[in-house]
Design a protein around this ligand. Structure first.
Ligand code: HEM
Length: 414
């Protein structure tokens, strides 16, 4: 038998080793150590193309400000060499596009996501937040906030914005969790075989094709109608791009927001003084939500590719180099955020968090996500007489989108 020696984990592994995301305190502390060294780090790890991890807050913004120099194509997300080789047909979404294609596709739905327009969601969010409180009452003092409350809430919102019936909830859950879920080994109940994946994909293809046909014949004011009838350069959107649009709305809006909800509550449990402050002054809610977003950064990263030789944080970057924008580490940049490991709902510049990215790809659903968080916490927080962890929480071991997969709580409602 060969013995393999395992040394202490290397700090730079926090970008490539999904297990490192299972211990967020360690991840954060490691990111701070890396900040002390530099704002950019060259990462060479077996199984990955070498890349630059950018953790400096200003550098992340600078890169996002220059979409011609730093493109999303060809790889907007960190992938292993093995999964690149195994990949079949790619669904093309907004995140995979650059100009001139990207603005044309983004403009199809951009107005729908503007604050004045998504005010139409107010009533549904109130209903969902009231339902969340009723569930907490029904559970009688113990539940898993991550799976019981945070997971279903944003998916119900997605059903509403796409105009889909409540009965489609399980089907959409399959899409966001099984097909596009993270690589956490615990969440993949059984690794689906190629045949199973193809079957699920065919099912969705049929489902979205029917939805498209329906919304072309019977347009409404929902987002599915905009997507189904979307024209690019005067032509109907190609099938694969139409699918990609439904898929990005469903997936981008789900685990992200769930993770901010569960991670936000965990932060309040770990910092009872902050919870008390928020209960005493509900006017702090907007800033508290910004701090929760800074704290959780559910989208851990996106990638960019340099299109010319350039320089970042004094480091020479060559044309073709890959850059990993670490939103999580940028939110901990001590040059921008005082005491970055302190959760402070009154932090003056909490809204400088970069959890929604920046520039031309800035999260389309940012205002909606904020509304969801404000509504949920606006309903739950005033009712909390007491709250504590009932068991150990757990976070997803995934390098892309993640947060809590378990948050067992014990609570009393007033
Ligand atoms: C807390 C929740 C959320 C977080 C942290 C988040 C984060 C992000 C990030 C980091 C990006 C990439 C930005 C960049 O490259 O600069 C993004 C893009 C996007 N997000 Fe979100 N998101 C959230 C919720 C939502 C919701 C609720 C929706 C819609 C229902 C949504 C839809 C999108 C779309 C469509 C894009 C692609 C935009 C483009 O490439 O032009 N997101 N999001």
């Amino acid at each position: 038998m060969t013995m393999i020696e395992v040394g202490p984990p290397e700090p730079e592994d926090i970008f490539t080793d999904n297990h490192r995301w299972g211990d967020l305190d360690d991840w954060n502390a490691t990111a701070l150590r890396l900040h002390e060294r530099d704002g950019i780090h060259h990462i060479e790890r077996s199984g990955f193309e070498p890349f630059w991890a950018v953790i400096d807050h200003e550098a992340v913004l600078d890169i996002e400000r220059q979409p011609e120099l730093f493109t999303n194509e060809p790889e907007p997300v960190l992938t292993t060499l093995a999964s690149r080789a195994a990949r079949g047909v790619d669904i093309k979404t907004l995140i995979h596009m650059d100009a001139p294609q990207h603005p044309k596709y983004r403009n199809l739905t951009a107005d729908w996501f503007r604050p004045a327009s998504i005010k139409r969601m107010d009533e549904r969010l109130t209903e969902l937040s009231e339902e969340a409180v009723s569930k907490l009452e029904t559970f009688g003092g113990v539940c898993d906030f991550a799976t019981d409350i945070a997971l279903p809430y944003p998916l119900q919102v997605i059903l509403k914005i796409l105009g889909l019936p409540e009965d489609d909830f399980p089907r959409m859950m399959t899409l966001t969790q099984q097909l596009f879920g993270g690589e956490d080994p615990d969440l993949q109940r059984e690794p689906p075989s190629i045949e199973v994946i193809q079957q699920i994909l065919m099912d969705f293809y049929a489902y979205f094709t029917e939805l498209t046909a329906d919304r072309r014949a019977n347009p409404t004011d929902d987002l599915a109608t905009l997507i189904a009838n979307g024209q690019i350069d005067g032509e109907t959107m190609p099938d694969l791009e139409t699918m990609g649009y439904y898929v990005i709305i469903a997936t981008a809006g789900h685990d992200t927001t769930s993770s901010a909800m569960a991670g936000g509550l965990h932060a309040l449990i770990d910092h009872p003084d902050q919870l008390a402050k928020l209960q005493a002054d509900p006017g702090l809610m907007n800033n508290a939500v910004e701090e929760m977003l800074r704290w959780t950064a559910p989208v851990r990263h996106f990638m960019r590719t340099a299109r010319a030789d350039t320089e970042i944080c004094g480091q020479e970057i060559r044309e073709g180099d890959s850059l990993y924008l670490s939103y999580k580490a940028a939110n901990l940049d001590p040059k921008v955020f005082d005491d970055p490991l302190t959760f402070d709902i009154e932090r003056q510049n909490a809204s400088s968090q970069v959890s929604f990215g920046y520039g031309v790809h800035f999260c389309l659903g940012a205002q909606l996500a904020r509304m969801e968080l404000r509504s949920l916490f606006g309903h739950v927080v005033p009712r909390l007489g007491s709250i504590e962890l009932a068991d150990a929480p757990a976070t997803m071991k995934t390098t892309f989108v993640g947060g809590h997969k378990r948050l067992p709580i014990r609570y009393k409602l007033t």
